[in-house]
Design a protein around this ligand. Structure first.
Ligand code: BGC
Length: 756
């Protein structure tokens, strides 16, 4: 009797607790969970394991019969690169109509910086410092991709990168966590729109989680050693921003992080992602990154891979098949708890439900007008124009003056549509891209155009075409040189130890400059390049990244002055490879170098004064700092004002500055706010970006720009690994780049005691 009563009380208590926890959840979440658990309850072990498998079309040798057989028995949950619409529909019909439970497949694809309308490489998009426009571009990509039956993109790529030798810096949002976080949120929202159930949106995948961009020596796939403090301060924030923006999925990475590969890392995947951030989507491994834990020396065999990856929290396995081969045995033998598998399946089903795949599994009705729609091309042109960074400017040359009646367009990248689209454009088509040469020819009413390639490809060393290029420059009033990298030498596995212009391009620039015709150098590349010896040879330099489909018109818009150049560097440009890594938010050291301290004259006595952190032969500053970029006007910053010298908890400070356009051209300016925490329980960077505003300033006009910030903006990971602000002195800096000479400074104090 007593035991019955106890049992009844326990049941009642449990019921009350359950009701309370259910009541805390939103109605839709509860409905979603009910759908997931009732489906899970019907699934066999094999069907559950099937949901964790992501095949490539190459799996089972692309044999549709064999693939259909696997789908029919519920043996696969997803495909990447599943072919055209018709093929996807065919595979989906088998899943929905012929498998026992009819669970739809989810089709993924690398829609990295555009589908058919290709936008600038992500590093270029970050150079726009315009999250709103980047969001619109991602929405365009989603619209075009859904036409092809794609549900899910493997983007945004959010790996902070401080090393331009690493080829994947092209896909990265750059070196700064604040700017990268803004891009992360923008791209996630752009892809996912107001909700995944909208058939014109796709699920985002924040990748590669995490630290992948810190590969040793810039060699792709290499070891990363990142102390937890640095991981939390620099590498994790963009992922957190994507999760906060609702990113449906996360991709684990290839790298070994502090000795534990990221595709088997419970600290990053379970503790940080799930427990600390509350992520409830699913984690997919990178391509074979799970079984690569064997060569990493972390797992002895596929069986151990399956144990470590599932325990760590990888839900779906891309391409490799360790889950397929081993989970059943591991669970049946009690080596792994079925609960772990159920969690992974639930995470995957949750995203499938959110995408509305159970209701609408097949591709939406095809509308050919969506692909390369004029509105999409317009956004691409605008975003590309805003991504272009003017590094050097001679007012007599740019914008192109009326006196420049004949223009020589020279260089291997002036008319190379495939190259201008850059890395990771599996669906971009060269014939859609408008090259700079084509765009200039279209604007030919304004100029006479002479064209000479100069070099067959950017990598050619053969100088046979130089003479023709020199002759064109001699006849012209202005020579515009399109040089840089072809699309194949940036991107995955495309690390470089030299960062100069490949082939004989430097010699080409030198020969054209020797004609005396003013030279504008336009560099198209997937990474920051080093070109110090060429800077004096060019009157103006425009950095164009790999600009995408509308590269040509956007470049002409900016060179002609129709649009103000307004891109700003999302990453520091080294003077020479030996300086790498060079980044603005470094720590001060105990022996910071004074400015302009170069070399050591012969006969210098041993003198401790010169013992500072510097190179003897290259200075410690970059060639071009983070945040840098010019316009055609001269912009002056003055009158920096802080609302108070003290910031109390719970209050905000405002800082304002007057920005004046002193030139004769309208300008778009990116006003940047940096903060330095002078002293803390751990050493702090010399400055950190905390805000930015893009403003348009007509010629001769002045505008007051105001930022507000509070204690939470000063928080950092302190000595106890807590995210908090510490009282003390701070500097606030506002200006046009991260370089000291471009910033106005004020100081304030964060006080703990409200009475202070
Ligand atoms: C890359 C990922 C990509 C995946 C699928 C891998 O090699 O690292 O970024 O999403 O392939 O194509």
């Amino acid at each position: 009797m007593i035991s019955t009563i106890t049992r009844q009380v326990t049941v009642l208590l449990l019921a009350i607790l359950t009701i309370q926890s259910v009541a805390q959840k939103s109605g839709s979440e509860t409905a979603e969970n009910t759908k997931i658990s009732s489906l899970l309850a019907k699934m066999t072990l094999e069907e559950k394991i099937g949901q964790l498998a992501q095949f490539h079309l190459w799996s089972r040798n692309n044999d549709v019969e064999q693939l259909s057989a696997v789908i029919r028995r519920g043996g696969v949950g997803s495909f990447l690169n599943a072919g055209d619409r018709a093929n996807k529909e065919k595979l989906q019909r088998v899943a929905v109509e012929e498998s026992r439970l009819g669970i739809p497949l989810i089709f993924g694809r690398d829609v990295i910086h555009g589908y058919r309308t290709v936008f600038p490489i992500p590093l270029g998009q970050a150079a726009s410092w315009n999250p709103d426009l980047v969001q619109k571009a991602a929405a365009v990509s989603a619209k075009e991709a859904t036409q092809m039956g794609i549900h899910w993109t493997f983007a945004p790529m959010l790996d902070i990168a401080r090393d331009p030798r690493w080829g994947r810096i092209a896909e990265s949002p750059g070196e700064d966590p604040f700017l990268a976080s803004a891009m992360a949120a923008a791209m996630t929202q752009g892809f996912q729109g107001d909700g995944l159930a909208d058939p014109h949106t796709i699920a985002a995948c924040a990748k590669h989680y995490v630290g992948y961009g810190a590969a040793e020596g810039g060699r792709d796939y290499n070891t990363t050693l990142i102390p937890e403090h640095e991981l939390r301060s620099i590498y994790l924030p963009p992922f957190k921003a994507a999760v906060d923006a609702g990113a449906a999925t996360i991709m684990s990475a290839f790298n070994d992080l502090n000795g534990i590969p990221t595709s088997g890392n419970p600290f990053t995947l379970r503790q940080i992602l799930r427990s600390e951030w509350g992520f409830d989507g699913f984690v997919v491994s990178d391509w074979n990154s799970m079984t690569e834990m064997i060569p990493h020396g972390f797992c002895a065999d596929e069986r151990e891979v399956a144990i470590k990856a599932l325990t760590a929290g990888v839900d779906m396995e891309m391409v490799s098949e360790s889950y397929q081969h081993h989970l059943k045995g591991l669970i049946e033998s009690g080596m792994l708890a079925e609960k772990l598998l159920d969690e992974a399946v639930a995470n995957i089903l949750r995203v499938k439900f959110r995408l509305g795949l159970f209701e609408n599994p097949y591709p939406i009705a095809y509308d050919a007008t969506v692909i390369l729609h004029p509105d999409h091309l317009k956004i691409a042109r605008e975003l590309t124009a805003q991504s272009l960074v003017l590094l050097k400017h001679d007012a007599a040359v740019l914008p192109i003056q009326k006196t420049a009646k004949t223009i020589a367009i020279i260089g291997p990248l002036a008319d190379s549509p495939l190259d201008q689209m850059g890395t990771w454009t599996p669906d971009g088509k060269a014939e859609d891209a408008v090259t700079p040469l084509q765009a200039f020819q279209k604007a030919a009413a304004d100029y006479e155009i002479l064209y000479a390639k100069g070099l067959e490809t950017p990598r050619s060393s053969e100088r046979a075409l130089f003479a023709e290029a020199v002759a064109a420059a001699q006849k012209a009033d202005l020579a515009i040189l399109f040089v840089g990298e072809d699309h194949l030498i940036s991107g995955e596995a495309r690390s470089r130890a030299f960062l100069n212009l490949p082939g004989a391009q430097e010699a080409l620039v030198a020969e054209i400059a020797a004609t005396g015709t003013p030279v504008v150098m336009v560099i198209l590349a997937g990474r920051p390049l080093t070109f110090a010896p060429l800077i004096d040879k060019a009157a103006a330099i425009l950095y164009a990244w790999h600009p995408g489909t509308m590269g040509g018109p956007a470049i002409v818009d900016v060179l002609s002055g129709k649009t103000s150049p307004s891109g700003r560097l999302p990453v520091s440009f080294p003077r020479t490879v030996g300086q790498v890594p060079v980044y603005y938010n470094h720590r001060n050291t105990g022996r910071p170098a004074p400015k302009e301290m170069l070399g050591i004259p012969l006969g210098t006595p041993e003198d401790p004064k010169g013992y500072v952190s510097n190179y003897l032969d290259a200075d410690f500053t970059p060639q071009y700092p983070f945040g840098y970029g010019l316009s055609y006007s001269s912009i002056e910053y003055q009158d920096l004002r802080l609302s108070s010298g003290k910031l109390h908890p719970g209050e905000a400070l405002s800082v304002s500055v007057q920005v004046q356009n002193n030139g004769q051209y309208p300008a778009d300016e990116v006003v940047q706010l940096y903060i330095r925490d002078r002293t803390a329980s751990v050493t702090r960077p010399v400055k950190e970006l905390k805000g930015f505003q893009r403003i348009s300033l007509p010629a001769g006009e002045s505008r007051k720009v105001t930022f507000r910030f509070g204690e939470q903006d000063l928080a950092f990971w302190n000595i106890d690994m807590q995210f908090t602000a510490e009282a003390g002195l701070f500097e606030v800096m506002v200006g046009s780049s991260s370089a000291d000479e471009d910033l106005l400074k004020e100081a304030f104090e964060l006080v703990n005691d409200p009475a202070d």
